[in-house]
Each structure stands twice: as structure tokens, then as C-alpha cells.
Design a protein around this ligand. Structure first.
Ligand SMILES: [Zn+2]
Ligand SMILES: [Zn+2]
Ligand SMILES: [Zn+2]
Length: 367
């Protein structure tokens, strides 16, 4: 993730909504992937200091402050391109849910930023009712409106089905997520990780399932036609496959080829976002910033220089060593608690190839 610059010169972050130095309202312009400051013109409209055009804040920005994206004046939608993907949002009458929703939206927008940068197709359900992407943020239903325990409880599973990514709202609560992480003996569990993982299932359907990549997928990850319900049951009964570290990127990846793909995909998105952040801070890894032919005005974009996966991965190894070293100095857990085997590396290389060869590129429009 890049940082941005206010017209006053102050450094801005993706989630900011006001410049702490000059006080101007900030908003993200998704079709330019740009966070901009806004001034009010004579007609009372918000004018971007980045491109001079007029915008309106998304309804979720104005009403609930859970979004900081803008809508171009010519666009009739109430919601920004990120919020148009929402199929269900948390019940705001429940205490504490607004903060959890804010956390969910932050993670979702961060995912979208990377998807747009990777030129992956992002269409909502109105644009593409069958194949479009949607998000549902749902809560477990354990009690009725009077607080009485329900006989039939409805527990929400985080997952993906036919384009809809469902996230259980409690995953947005750090304390609960930590409890789950410990109970499942996981070394890494984050909200952004959930979004990246579930987006992996979505893009498997779009980019791999009926594509020229399917045979290579099966060679690398295994045959996804194996019984998923049985694999899931076995995993929770018996735990991960023995010596999973030698083959899979995570323990959960050993459950089924679909989960292996989703875990590897998420890992790839962790890599490109973190490398872009490091590069933006001039935390030079290999000093290899070159113009990105895929992104207009992307002279400083890191990710896309790596048309060679080997190059990207070498930078990643150097960066994660430093990351972990820094955390150890502070007495914290490793920021990057992974060891990548040759097998996992080949799968990451495959994800890179699928994304780079994505032939749906021409359909993309973030707005
Ligand atoms: Zn400013
Ligand atoms: Zn929005
Ligand atoms: Zn999954």
C-alpha cells in the first residue's frame, strides 16, 4: 500500500479522512487509486486537489463514517464502488457493531486496492448478477430480540459461495479473533487475511476453474474434485497433514486443494501489498523500482516490476527477514511466521502467473 501526499505536503494514509495538518477533508478516488484532499468550491461542491474534478462522499462516509471513498459528480450512485459490493452490513442497533463494521470496511477496501492494482476483474452483483462479487457481514443469531436464547441458533461461517464472500462480524473483534487463533493453534489470523483468503476462492472460480490453467492447477495443488466435506471433517478431527510445512504454505492449506489455493492466493496478496508498502517508504529491498507498464503514472509502483516472480520472491525473503528481526527486537511475535517450501513456492509462482495472464483485464473498471 502506498502513502499519499496532501496539498499541504503532509503524508497521508489510505484510511485517513481528514488531513491532521491543514484540516481538509480527504477522500479516495478509486478509479485513479488516489487519496486526495478536497476543497469546497463557490457552489459548495467538493473539488479534488489532485485532479480538479468534483466529487461527493459515499453515503457510508457521510452517514456512518465507515468509508472514505468518493463518487464522481457524474456518477448517480449513492455508494462508492467499494460499498456497492455490500450485500449485507452489520446491524447498527447492536452495541459495538459500528466499530466492527468500520474494521471490516477498512480490510475490504485494502483488499480492493490490491485487486484493482493487480487489474483483477471487480464487478458488483448489479453489474454481473451471476458472477459479480459481493460481501455479507453477518452475525451469529443466538438470541432473539428480547435476549432469550434461540432453540435453533444460526452460526455464521466465514466463507465464499458463488461470488458472495461472507465474513462473521465477530472476526472484526481482535480479542475474539485471538481466542479463535489460539484454539485452532494458528500462527497467523487477521481480518485482512480473511478477505484475501475468501477472494482467492472467488478468483479460482473466475480465473482457474474453466480456464487453460486447470490442469497445471491440479498438478500443483491436487484434484479439487475430491470430497470437500470429508476433507473438512478429517481436518478438524485429525488436524493438518503430517509434515505439512514441507508441502503447504499453512496448516489449513493441507485440508483440500481449494483451501490450498485460497491460502496461497492470500499469501501472494500479503506479499505484493507489503512489498509495495516497503518500497513506498524507501525501505529499499533491491533498489529495483521501475516504471510499471500496466499502470498509468505508476513510475513508483513496486509490485508490477516483478514480471519475474523469482525477483519478487527474493525481495520478499529479504524484507521478511528484516520484519521478523525488528519484531524480535521489540519482543513481539514474528510478523511473518511462515517458512516457504519449494512446493509452496511453485504454487505462489502459479498464482503470480494466473494473475499476470488474467485475460479479463479489459473488463475492469473500478468505478
Ligand atoms: Zn493537508
Ligand atoms: Zn463507500
Ligand atoms: Zn477457504
Amino acid at each position: 500500500m502506498k502513502t499519499f501526499v496532501c496539498q499541504c505536503g503532509n503524508k497521508l494514509y489510505f484510511a485517513n479522512n481528514t488531513c491532521v495538518v491543514c484540516g481538509l477533508l480527504l477522500g479516495f478516488i478509486s478509479d485513479e487509486l488516489q487519496l486526495s484532499a478536497f476543497t469546497t468550491n463557490r457552489s459548495g461542491q467538493l473539488q479534488s486537489s489532485a485532479n480538479g474534478q468534483i466529487y461527493r462522499p459515499c453515503k457510508n462516509y457521510l452517514t456512518h463514517q465507515v468509508c472514505n471513498w468518493m463518487i464522481h459528480i457524474d456518477d448517480q450512485h449513492e455508494f462508492c464502488s467499494a460499498c456497492q459490493l455490500n450485500e449485507a452490513t452489520p446491524k447498527l442497533e447492536v452495541k459495538g457493531n459500528k466499530l466492527l463494521w468500520y474494521n471490516l470496511e477498512q480490510a475490504k477496501r485494502r483488499l480492493l486496492y490490491t485487486l484493482y492494482k493487480l487489474k483483477l476483474p471487480v464487478q458488483n452483483r448489479a453489474q454481473e448478477p451471476q458472477k459479480g462479487l459481493g460481501f455479507e457481514f453477518l452475525e451469529d443469531e443466538i438470541t432473539d430480540e428480547f435476549g432469550n436464547e434461540l432453540t435453533v441458533k444460526n452460526y455464521v461461517s466465514t466463507g465464499h459461495a458463488a461470488g458472495i464472500i461472507t465474513i462473521n462480524v465477530k472476526e472484526a473483534q481482535t480479542s475474539i479473533r485471538h481466542q479463535v487463533r489460539e484454539s485452532l493453534n494458528e500462527s497467523y489470523r487477521t481480518l485482512i487475511g480473511h478477505f484475501r483468503h475468501e477472494s482467492g476462492h472467488y478468483y479460482w472460480d473466475r480465473l482457474v476453474k474453466s480456464s487453460q490453467h486447470i490442469e497445471e492447477f491440479r498438478t500443483l495443488f491436487g484434484d479439487e474434485r475430491m470430497d470437500y466435506a470429508k476433507a473438512l471433517n478429517d481436518y478438524y478431527k485429525q488436524g493438518p497433514k503430517k509434515d505439512w510445512q514441507n508441502v503447504w504454505v499453512s496448516a489449513y492449506a493441507s485440508m483440500h486443494p481449494w483451501e490450498d489455493w485460497a491460502e496461497t492466493w492470500a499469501h501472494y496478496l500479503h506479499m505484493v501489498d507489503t512489498l509495495e508498502t516497503a518500497s513506498d517508504y524507501d525501505f529499499s529491498i533491491s533498489g529495483n523500482k521501475v516504471a510499471n507498464p500496466l499502470v498509468a503514472g505508476g513510475q513508483h509502483d513496486y509490485i508490477y516490476t516483478a514480471t519475474s516472480f523469482t525477483h519478487l520472491f527474493n525481495d520478499w525473503c529479504r524484507l521478511t527477514q528484516v520484519l521478523n528481526g525488528l519484531n524480535r527486537s521489540m519482543g513481539l511475535d514474528d510478523a511473518y511466521p511462515f517458512v516457504i517450501s519449494i512446493s509452496a513456492l511453485n504454487k505462489l509462482r502459479f498464482v503470480h502467473k494466473v494473475i499476470m495472464q488474467n485475460d479479463e483485464v479489459s473488463q475492469i473498471s473500478p468505478s
